[in-house]
Design a protein around this ligand. Structure first.
Ligand code: CA
Length: 626
């Protein structure tokens, strides 16, 4: 079995999961990805009379179309799917805001206060310097005090229901981003970015510069980001806010939006200077196009914070997107209470959810000069994205990936979060700012990322067989970085299981050395390689820890090995592989993926260098085929 089919086995499983939790989509609308050599006009010509164009994504070579006008919609759909110029077709899924109130049908927000009213209540009085999460030692006040006099104001894109930029909190702190290259109201796209008069954000629903918040969710999120936990209502920020907020409206007055508009907003954020993306929304269906858009944000070095969701579900087994995309700079955020308990509504996941942040009864801004409390992972997420902006203010050269690692390494470990989030921790603002200040002269780095898109292997799933391993386990838990991993921790829950049993780890490289003259994005054009038995040590760096495992098989397409400790889903590891004679060693970076069906980990190479591959090829001469 080649490494490629190992990959297929794993990916086809994931594709199955996404199908099992299919969510609502816009009737008749699809996102159509064209092969790299195909032209949109060619596809449009072939589909004339059966398909109308709703929009296009030039950087993705993808179209947003409707088949509503077709005489036979399902026949038109088949034509589209079978078009040799088409790489994939997926529904235009509907995504929803992630606040608890709306999911419960209670309407949102939970409590609303008129101007000045909240300040009169004891719990939100002027004597309180932080929002309602003061019971949790997030150390916001100390973090703000520790900040340097940096004048850098990172841009945070709030992809949400819009913003009431006239709220005094934002006016007094000059918080909204201004597109200085655009002249207001002249009807001209002055900066040639594709949007006319986009002076401070955009409304992707009606394609206008008016992103007024007709729901309240986005304005609430924005207040949390600008204050990142400080009580900006009792003690208004009168100087410039420490970050700028870019309002990108794609959720409507009901808190619903489409994947096509989410993609547009992500590209807008990436192309117009934002360094941080806040995603307080999501859905259960895997969308490859949304995955591609966030991968684009990653290549632009952005930090991404995504709400884990409010269904009290385990995201390790029930996917939530965008939180579950393994884009290396994406942080999936759970919500905790004032006293560091996981909020009853919050999703969790020892592998897929990274960090917790306060998200219960958070007081923040609402449209029309009001304030109010809201609960949800939607409220926990902006705290994380706001903190990322403050970290970037101290070390603006860092990539989002580096900020994520600093953030995950600076959490406070909370016993109740063990097996709930990968770090077992809740955000600590002071630790993060101190860590960021220490990184002010660190070079920007991030691993290359080759996404394991799920849709592309569905048609090839039949040739996939489960990988052979080193024994199966039924459950595993991560002992998070900095958590100690001592005997007491190992005895807790599944830690001991993971320690005693061997975990098969399948490693493969996705080789994307396809020439332009080749078959474009067609996965069948990929090279396949024979696997060979190989008995040597493999050392895996997970953060600062080094694990030693034994290599079982290897090919140019990948390798499998056993390790005696659980690895973090989505985490980047560095692998050092010894040659059979022990004389040579190669080093490759990869990203950990969990395969539920086979209860095993996979590591997808983030990008192996040619020299590394040549060396592996040299080693495999004279080895036995597996
Ligand atoms: Ca413009």
């Amino acid at each position: 079995m080649g490494g490629h089919s190992v990959m297929l086995a794993i990916l086809s499983f994931i594709a199955g999961v996404s199908l099992a939790h299919a969510q609502e989509a816009v009737p008749g609308e699809y996102i159509v990805k064209l092969k790299s050599m195909a032209s949109p006009s060619g596809v449009l010509n072939k589909m004339q009379g059966k398909m109308s164009l709703k929009g296009s994504f030039p950087r993705m070579n993808a179209l947003h179309v409707s088949l509503k006008g077709a005489a036979n919609e399902s026949a038109a759909f088949e034509d589209l799917v079978n078009d040799p110029d088409v790489e994939y077709v997926e529904p235009n899924f509907i995504l929803k805001k992630s606040d608890f109130n709306s999911n419960e049908g209670l309407g949102s927000p939970a409590q609303v206060f008129a101007e000045g009213e909240a300040q009169q209540l004891e719990q939100y009085s002027a004597s309180s310097v932080s929002f309602s999460q003061s019971g949790a030692a997030v150390r916001v006040v100390e973090a703000w005090a520790a900040e340097s006099t940096s004048t850098v104001r990172p841009i945070v894109a709030i992809i949400d229901t819009g913003l009431d930029k006239t709220h005094p909190v934002f006016v007094n702190s000059n918080a909204t981003w201004n597109n200085v290259r655009e002249i207001p109201n002249n009807g001209i796209d002055d900066d040639y970015n594709g949007y006319v008069d986009d002076v401070s954000g955009w409304n992707f629903i009606d394609n206008s510069p008016n992103y007024f918040d007709d729901d309240g969710h986005g304005t609430h999120v924005a207040g949390i980001i600008v204050g990142t936990g400080l009580n900006i209502l009792a003690t208004p920020i009168t100087e410039n806010a420490k970050m700028r907020i870019m309002a990108l409206k794609f959720l409507d007055a009901n808190g619903s939006g489409t994947t096509s508009n989410a993609i547009r907003a992500i590209y807008y954020a990436a192309n117009n200077g934002a360094q941080v993306i806040n995603n307080s929304w999501g859905g259960g269906s895997y969308s490859r196009s949304l995955h591609e858009a966030l991968t684009y944000a990653y290549t632009n070095r952005m930090f991404i914070a995504s709400a884990a969701g409010n269904n009290n579900k385990n995201n390790d087994s029930t996917s939530m997107y965008p939180a579950n995309y393994d884009v290396p700079s994406n942080v999936s955020v759970a919500a905790t209470t004032d006293y560091d308990f996981l909020a009853t509504f919050s999703n969790y996941g020892a592998r897929t959810v990274h960090i917790a942040s306060p998200g219960l009864m958070i007081l923040s801004t609402l449209p029309n000069n009001r304030t109010g409390t809201m609960s949800g992972t939607s409220m926990a997420t902006p705290f994380v994205s706001g903190m990322a902006a403050l970290a970037l203010r101290e070390a603006p050269q860092l990539t989002g990936y580096q900020v994520k690692n600093l953030m995950l390494a600076s959490v406070d470990n909370i016993a109740g979060l063990l097996n709930k989030v990968s770090t077992s921790g809740r955000i600590n603002a002071l630790n993060l700012i101190n860590q960021a200040k220490a990184q002010s002269s660190t070079s920007a780095t991030q691993p290359s990322y080759s996404p394991s898109y799920q849709a592309e292997v569905r048609s090839s799933a039949s040739d996939a067989t489960p990988p052979t391993g080193c024994g199966l386990i039924t459950a595993a838990a991560l002992r998070g970085p900095g958590h100690g991993g001592g005997a007491a921790d190992a005895m807790n829950g599944f830690g001991v299981l993971a320690g005693l049993m061997l975990i098969p780890v399948i490693v493969w490289a996705v080789l994307r050395q396809r020439s332009l003259a080749g078959a474009g994005e067609d996965p069948t054009s990929r090279r396949r390689f024979e696997r060979f038995r190989m008995d040597s040590d493999i050392r895996v760096m997970v953060g600062n820890r080094e694990l030693v495992g034994s290599l079982k098989t290897i090919s140019l397409g990948g390798a499998s090995f056993c390790a005696d400790e659980a690895l973090e889903q989505g985490g980047i590891i560095t692998m050092k592989i010894s040659s059979p004679n022990g004389k040579d060693m190669v080093e490759v970076q990869g990203q950990v993926v969990w395969n539920e069906a086979n209860q095993s980990y996979g590591v997808q190479f983030a990008g192996a260098e040619r020299g590394t591959l040549a060396m592996i090829q040299q080693w495999t001469k004279g080895l036995m085929k597996a």
